[in-house]
Design a protein around this ligand. Structure first.
Ligand SMILES: C[S@@+](CC[C@H](N)C(=O)[O-])C[C@H]1O[C@@H](n2cnc3c(N)ncnc32)[C@H](O)[C@@H]1O
Ligand code: SF4
Length: 384
């Protein structure tokens, strides 16, 4: 069953040149990769969804990773072509209106492929710059230098109609003044979008081991919070206001793809470890989770035309919880009318509003500035 709301399509490329010590994304390092075999897997999985969802329209395609800029432009082109061969753009728009983003790492090798990605149809590049300080790139285990990031940014600006880049702040040893200087430089280099993430210690990463042993020391909470608010202030003054916890752009330049997640829309998950949300006409949602290990996904997709490990019908309550968690991330919050009764604890909501963490505005529940860096805590309190 399908719905009239457009879908987003997420394509996961799970390989990287090396594993960064802070990263818990589904990324794997391999001596060699049979790219053609993986391409056949992607095409089969796309064809599978074309059979089950022939009538949907799409608003965006996102190549995420891992490091999708390690794919050959030929592979990216074949995947885009297959998707556009099955589905048309939302609301009768032209194919060119579909936002097609690719995440890239700024090493020279990959930057040379930018023209190929553009020719394949990619119209938005998201570059993982992470830091504008060489010593910090090294500490983050990155393979590129600041000079390479600058060159990749120059090429991105020249090649793609839209580009964004990511930085990680609240790094070990970083002061508020150092972040102010780095962010000012980033704002000079920025296109229409910036993603600025506070460093988090993720379970199972090398950084977690070091952190637990006291060998990695992060800025204390008060300083990290000051950095967060400084980020809000400087990006807003530069005309790139926060529209989500970590994402900054004017209304018209928001990532349409990520907005689909935050607005609770449907999306197809293609590739190893990709998640999907299939929306049904009766208002229910099915969550799909693909096999994470690349070889396990490839085996499954070769045998069944889809690489799903799990296919789970979400209850109305589960969908509502997800809707709340996603919706509170964006500046316009979430409509209370989208949340089934019983998702939000009404007395906790009232208390959080009274204390200035949340506000109810025209039927929408919105995080106030004071609540922005306490989202996880607020969600725990709010969920009935
Ligand atoms: C899947 S990664 C990006 C892909 C690309 N391979 C790269 O490294 O640039 C998406 C973004 O999440 C952010 N990220 C990943 N792990 C993080 C962590 N532990 N703390 C903060 N940001 C993180 C980084 O900024 C990264 O660019
Ligand atoms: S941060 Fe990016 S490059 Fe590093 S391991 Fe994760 S996905 Fe790969």
């Amino acid at each position: 069953m399908t719905t009239l709301e457009p879908y987003a399509v997420y394509v996961h490329w799970p390989f990287c040149l090396s594993k960064c010590p802070y990263c818990d994304f589904n990324s794997h390092v391999r001596d060699s990769i049979d790219e053609d075999a993986f391409l056949q897997g992607y095409l089969s999985e796309i064809d599978h969804y074309a059979e089950t969802h022939p009538d949907i329209t799409i608003s965006s395609i996102f190549f995420g990773g891992g490091t999708p800029s390690l794919m050959s432009p030929k592979t990216v082109a074949a995947i885009i072509e297959r998707i556009l061969g099955h589905w048309s753009a939302e609301g009768g728009k032209s194919e060119g209106d579909i936002e097609i983003t690719l995440e890239a790492n700024p090493t020279s090798v990959e930057a040379g492929r930018f023209a190929g990605f553009r020719a394949a149809g990619v119209n938005r590049l998201s570059l993982g710059v992470q830091s504008l300080v060489d010593a910090d790139l090294k500490a983050l285990g990155r393979q590129h230098s600041v000079a390479e990031a600058m060159e990749a940014l120059r090429l991105a600006r020249q090649t793609f109609p839209r580009y964004s880049f990511d930085l990680i702040y609240a790094r070990e040893g970083q002061t508020l003044e150092a972040w102010r200087t780095e962010l000012a430089q980033a704002l000079e280099l920025a296109g229409d979008h910036l993603a600025l993430y506070q460093l988090t210690i993720e379970p199972g990463t090398k950084f977690q081991g070091l952190y637990n042993k006291g060998k990695l020391v992060l800025p204390e909470e008060g300083l990290a919070e000051d950095m967060f608010f400084l980020t809000r202030e400087m990006t807003a003054s530069a005309g790139l206001p926060a529209y989500e916890v970590s994402n900054h752009a004017k209304q018209e330049n928001r990532s349409r793809h990520n907005m689909a997640y935050w607005l609770g829309r449907g999306y197809l998950g293609i590739g190893p470890g990709a998640h999907g949300r299939l929306k049904h006409a009766d208002g229910t949602t099915t969550a799909t989770n693909n096999w994470k290990k690349p070889e396990a996904w490839l085996r499954a997709v070769t045998a069944n035309n889809n690489g799903r490990q799990e296919y789970q019908q979400l209850s109305a309550h589960e969908s509502g919880v997800e809707r709340l968690m996603m919706g509170l991330r964006i500046s316009e919050g979430v409509a209370m009318s989208d949340l089934p009764k019983g998702v939000v604890d009404e007395s906790a909501q009232k208390a959080l509003c009274d204390e200035g963490f949340l506000k109810l505005d025209n039927g929408r529940l919105i995080l106030r500035q004071k609540g922005q860096c306490l989202l996880d805590h607020i969600l725990v309190t709010l969920l009935a």
